[in-house]
Design a protein around this ligand. Structure first.
Ligand SMILES: Nc1nc2c(ncn2[C@@H]2O[C@H](COP(=O)(O)OP(=O)(O)OP(=O)(O)O)[C@@H](O)[C@H]2O)c(=O)[nH]1
Ligand SMILES: [Mg+2]
Length: 287
């Protein structure tokens, strides 16, 4: 049964990665203090050059400076600092995620139904909530993950998540930047963690704040992460895809060496699948 008041545990921490969110962070901290009055609120600040740190502490948050620049480094630091909490709520510092939507996400973790609960973003009908290009990019990344790794979460890149202590202790993260959400999805698959999903409204960012995401640079980092996860967790998938591409190229170009390469890629896929299965048998379960 759902906890009617998910805010009562002192072991819940709201963790906010921040880089230059001066215009929003005061309102964000105030909103979360109202929603979860007993939770601790921690802002992880990465060399913000504006007044983010000062505004966050004025609003009552604890501020932890993180020396290495990038959201990936920050999430790794959050896991290291907060692994002993019952639950850690991660949000953005730009006001896009409403605190009022946290109940079902928090309940899934606190009732032991999930190690990672993911807020599936539902852009609200206001200009600026999510650009069409960003939405198309999200779909392509989701399909890439599904083909090369497996079913991830419906919204792979959501920044609104709740983690259990088990998730924070079990995941081994290496991301430096915005590929972190993709790695979280891959780690959940690889380590057999339970994932829950709940819809959350996605608001336009608070006026005066700016996106830190660079579609091209961060898109490439995310694709690289999907490939890395694929070769680690499901190596036969990229090899089979490669074999199929080579076979099509061989049929079009009528080149024998391309057929040989396609057959070799296919054999490598079979060997990779056998190797992963044997290793799984040996260690008894998920990776
Ligand atoms: N500490 C830290 N936080 C960061 C860094 N880059 C981004 N963030 C924070 O991570 C959160 C997500 O970044 P956003 O720029 O909002 O990216 P996004 O949510 O994927 O994209 P939008 O839809 O444009 O908001 C925000 O709270 C940022 O302040 C960084 O280098 N260090
Ligand atoms: Mg954001």
């Amino acid at each position: 049964m759902s906890d009617p008041n998910p805010s009562t545990s002192p072991r819940v921490t709201v963790a906010i990665p921040c880089y230059n969110e001066e215009a929003a962070i005061g309102a964000v901290v105030a909103e979360w203090r109202r929603e979860l009055p007993e939770a601790e609120i921690v802002v992880f600040d990465n060399h913000s050059t504006d007044g983010t740190a000062a505004k966050a502490s004025e609003a009552g948050a604890t501020v932890i400076p993180v020396p290495d620049q990038g959201k990936g480094y920050v999430v790794r630091r959050m896991f290291a600092e907060l692994a002993d909490r019952d639950a850690m709520v991660m949000i953005d510092g730009d006001g896009t995620y409403p605190a009022s939507a946290v109940g079902p996400l928090l309940a899934a973790v606190r009732e032991g139904r999930a190690d990672m609960a993911v807020g599936i973003r539902q852009p609200i009908a206001e200009p600026g909530a999510m650009s069409p290009i960003r939405s198309v990019g999200n779909v392509l990344i989701g399909v890439g993950f599904w083909v090369l790794v497996g079913p991830g979460t419906t919204d792979l890149l959501s920044g609104y998540r709740v983690f259990s202590s088990r998730a924070m202790r079990t995941m081994r993260l290496r991301s430096e930047g915005f590929e972190i959400e993709t790695e979280l999805a891959g780690e959940a698959v690889g380590r057999g963690l339970r994932v829950a999903e709940e819809p959350v409204p996605y608001r336009p960012r608070i006026a005066g704040t700016h996106s830190k995401l660079n579609a091209f640079r961060d898109g490439l980092r995310i694709l690289r992460m999907i490939l890395r996860l694929s070769f680690r967790l499901r190596p036969w998938r990229p090899l089979l895809l490669g074999a199929a591409v080579l076979a099509v190229a061989a049929a079009i170009a009528e080149q024998d060496w391309l057929w040989v390469a396609a057959v070799l890629a296919f054999l490598a896929a079979v060997l990779a699948a056998a190797f992963v299965l044997a290793r799984r048998e040996a260690i008894g379960g998920a990776e």
